[in-house]
Design a protein around this ligand. Structure first.
Ligand code: PMV
Length: 345
């Protein structure tokens, strides 16, 4: 019997970052984190479990993939197979409209969609919390793409209690992420290796020890829709994460000259009265958070910063969810989704 299901998920941008693991195998994080799902970007995964045993197959945007990416998916599906008592191999077809190289952790959306699809295909009746725990095994930040809107990942003590939950739905606050793409090169050091290096930085223990307080302040700022308070805490946390990266052994430098130009410009624009704040993931591209009303002005000003190659934007998005198998055709996966406003320069 063929067992098949399809699910979709959005990527997320962390306001308070996850950097470093307490347990690498289980992806138990060193610190709690907080994020917002990005509704204009999505990944759809269709999983088909067969009766026959053998290696799993991975097809990304219509292209068959071998090597570490396929191995990671297979290792993830082994968890699902164990939970369901199923031995057959799987075919995973994943389509995404997240442009590659824009510094958005596409693995978050991919593993969140895969967790929901694989559990549904094997009739595992998992709660949102259990799906978040499962997605975490594929990519840490994927646990935050399972619940909707504004999301907090609680560290937990063991596998069973390290999960993300929704602090507020997407409709709670029209906050936008305007992404300044300054480089589309694949990064030299990925986040898995980066997490491993975090503990070699003398700044890491301080960042980890003080993260719960920043998450609490971030949660409060989001619940009160207090942009100024959010701006302060989000920028602090991003700079501290990059300070940990830069002081790791060997050091990790993700910033480029255009990255600094954007960071300085954001400071200036805010002094001039524009409500905007920056954050960065493990890459040189800068995410500018702002209230929806300011998004046009922010995008326009970004166009004037030398080195900014293009600008993407998204508001808050919902959680990972199952879609009908035919849904993949309806949303036209493989093409850029119409909701995405891509401003090409
Ligand atoms: O889930 P990973 O292993 O791709 O790690 C994500 C790390 C950052 O994007 C830099 C921070 C975060 O919390 O998303």
């Amino acid at each position: 019997m063929i067992r098949q299901a399809t699910a979709q998920a959005h990527p997320n941008i962390a306001f308070i970052k996850y950097w470093g693991n307490r347990d690498e195998r289980l992806r138990l994080p060193a610190n709690p984190s907080f994020s917002m799902n990005l509704g204009a970007l999505r990944t759809i995964a269709r999983v088909t479990f067969l009766e026959e045993e053998g290696p799993d197959a991975l097809v990304l945007n219509g292209v068959s993939v071998e090597g570490p990416a396929r191995d990671r998916v297979e290792a993830f599906l082994d968890h699902v197979r164990r939970m369901a008592g199923h031995r057959g191999r799987a075919v995973v077809e994943s389509q995404t409209d997240i442009p590659t190289g824009v510094g958005l952790a596409s693995s978050a959306a991919a593993f969140a969609a895969l967790a929901v699809a694989a559990a549904a295909a094997l009739d595992l009746p998992l709660s949102e919390r259990e799906l978040s725990i499962l997605a975490r095994l594929g990519s840490g930040s994927a646990c935050r793409s399972v619940p909707p809107g504004f999301v907090e990942w609680v560290v937990g003590e063991r596998h069973e209690d390290s999960y993300a939950y929704s602090v507020a739905p997407p409709e709670h606050w029209a906050l936008w992420d305007v992404i300044a793409v300054v480089s589309e090169q694949p990064k030299a050091v990925g986040s898995s290796e980066g997490h491993r290096r975090a503990a070699t930085s003398p700044l890491h223990p301080f960042r980890v020890a003080t993260a719960p307080e920043r998450v609490a302040r971030c949660r409060e700022a989001v619940l009160r829709r207090d942009f100024d308070a959010l701006a302060e805490i989000v920028e602090t946390d991003a700079i501290w994460m990059h300070a940990v990266m830069m002081t790791s052994r060997p050091p990790l430098f993700y910033w480029e000259p255009a990255t600094i130009a954007v960071l300085l410009a954001v400071r200036r624009w805010r002094e001039e009265g524009l409500p905007v704040a920056f954050t960065l993931d493990a890459g040189p591209n800068v995410h500018l958070l702002c209230p929806a009303e300011a998004a046009d002005a922010v995008a326009r000003r970004l166009e004037g910063v030398p080195g900014v190659r293009r600008v993407l934007r998204s508001g808050p998005g919902g959680g990972a969810q199952r879609v009908s198998n035919g849904g993949t055709d309806r949303v036209g996966i493989g093409r850029i989704h119409p909701e995405i406003q891509v401003e090409q320069r």
